[in-house]
Design a protein around this ligand. Structure first.
Ligand SMILES: Cc1ncc(COP(=O)(O)O)c(C=O)c1O
Length: 450
């Protein structure tokens, strides 16, 4: 191990938020990443929720090589053949009926910027209604619509953004209401508040169909249908941000298929590039023609670049050839079953939720109070890493302590078993450690007060 590199990371990198591991990392393949000591770690987050077909899948490696033989980048006014091919594949095989026009850019944030710019130009309005706990990215326009990220310290957000309470059926905002009723009540109240505040210049409603950073919340289908109607009634466009849910993660093509609700604009990103920066905004020919006539631009250095498009095609082809939607269904059911077993042994696992290979596991002090157990979440996550499992935990005082479990769709049952074994041990050891520290603290207290 080259310790000077850890030193260099500390000295020369800007810290960009979130927890970073003390180790550096060297390589990644399939469901495993390797750190700077050569240690293998199971990756239950697919990198940053991107590597759904596994890290460095041979098809991606081949695509990058092929792009190297042909072209990585071109003048944005030259549409590469492979970009036309990807647009056709998306329209014919992957998108809901009607959504046939795509633009290819690089990040999820960008895909949502495109969507909001289109919605504003199409409607002539500017108001955007978003959902609590959402994460649509960090760039100027979309950070205003993100409520799971830190909003403080960056000055004035884009005006005209309104927020509704998220449909958290485990931790309902409205006491006494459970499940679907609580989700629909949140929507009803959210819409009423919005209508009260609106200036009438409405543009869009934006939602992650599974609110991931907000705690992997899956709204009931009736919520999505009501949201569709709410957008139509108000002349607003409905935007589904499917950064995490598209292309197999939830064992469907996307959440639009799962809910049976078609948005006006769908954005896709993370899971499309399999780890390379590729994103798309997809809409109907009518909306595209309308905004084009009004002078729509989203001209960037890397719009329509051939390298990521080549990779995107390889990812979509791999999902089809390796039957990864079906695999996500069976492996996802197996993974959920293993977590439910763990839940039956640990009072502190309050809820296991999610779809397919995207699970949220919420930690609580006890199931009765549902009080979030942040200390246990942090300690167990740390121990898991030491034992060879990387997981992501979302900890917000107001929203609980939730593990986001999203391994590659190619993860084997053996790897899931290994992950569960590590988690089991980490949970046991963390609970013992917390109990010991409480016992020591109360002994010290008794001595002082004696
Ligand atoms: C649902 C969702 N939308 C958008 C984004 C932003 O994507 P990016 O980080 O690629 O800009 C994320 C990133 O976590 C996300 O989870």
């Amino acid at each position: 191990m080259d310790t000077s590199l850890r030193e260099a990371a500390r000295e020369f990198l800007i810290r960009y938020g979130g927890d970073t591991f003390p180790n550096l990392f060297r390589s990644a393949r399939g469901s495993v990443v390797v750190d700077d000591t050569g240690r293998e770690i199971l990756d239950f987050t697919s990198g940053q929720m991107c590597a759904t077909i596994g890290h460095n899948h041979p098809a991606i490696v081949r695509a990058v090589h092929e792009a190297g033989e042909k072209a990585y980048h071109m003048f944005s006014g030259m549409i590469p053949e492979v970009v036309a091919q990807l647009a056709r594949t998306m329209a014919q095989d992957w998108m809901p009926a009607g959504l046939t026009k795509s633009i290819f850019i690089n990040t999820g944030s960008e895909s949502n910027e495109v969507a909001l710019r289109m919605a504003k130009m199409y409607t002539g309005g500017f108001e955007v209604l978003a959902v609590g706990g959402s994460w649509h990215g960090v760039t100027g326009g979309v950070s205003a619509t993100s409520f799971a990220s830190d909003r403080k310290g960056y000055g004035v957000h884009v005006p005209g953004v309104y927020v509704m309470p998220e449909p958290n059926t485990y931790r309902p905002y409205i006491k006494g209401l459970e499940g679907e009723a609580s989700a629909l009540a949140c929507l009803e109240i959210g819409l009423k508040m919005y209508d009260m505040a609106s200036t009438g210049r409405r543009a869009a409603i934006i939602i992650e169909p599974v609110i991931s950073a907000g705690g992997v919340l899956v709204p009931p289908a009736s919520y999505m249908r009501t949201l569709r109607k709410a957008a139509d009634d108000r002349g607003m466009l409905l935007i589904f941000d499917e950064a995490q849910t598209a292309f197999g993660r939830i064992a469907e093509r996307h959440a639009s298929d799962f809910f049976g609700v078609v948005p006006d604009i769908m954005t896709v990103s993370k899971t499309m590039g399999g780890g390379l920066p590729l994103a798309a905004t997809v809409t109907t020919p009518r909306i595209e023609a309308d905004v084009h006539a009004k002078g729509f631009t989203y001209y960037t250095s890397h719009v329509s670049d051939p390298l990521p498009a080549m990779v995107g095609l390889a990812v979509l082809e791999t999902i089809r050839k390796e039957h990864l939607l079906e695999r996500a269904r069976t492996t996802g059911a197996y993974m959920r079953q293993r977590f439910l077993e763990l839940q039956s042994r640990y009072e502190q696992i309050g809820d296991v939720r999610g779809l397919g290979m995207l699970l949220g596991v919420e930690l609580v002090k006890d199931r009765e109070s549902r009080e979030p157990y942040h200390q246990l979440g942090a300690l167990t996550t740390q121990k898991c890493f030491q034992l060879g499992l990387s997981m992501n935990i979302r900890r917000r005082p107001e929203r609980g302590s939730v593990w986001r479990i999203a391994p590659p769709l190619t993860t084997t049952h053996d790897e899931i078993d290994r992950g569960i074994e590590i988690l089991d041990r980490a949970l046991r050891e963390s609970l013992d450690e917390i109990a010991r520290s409480h016992a020591a603290a109360s002994a010290a207290h008794n001595v002082l007060s004696a």
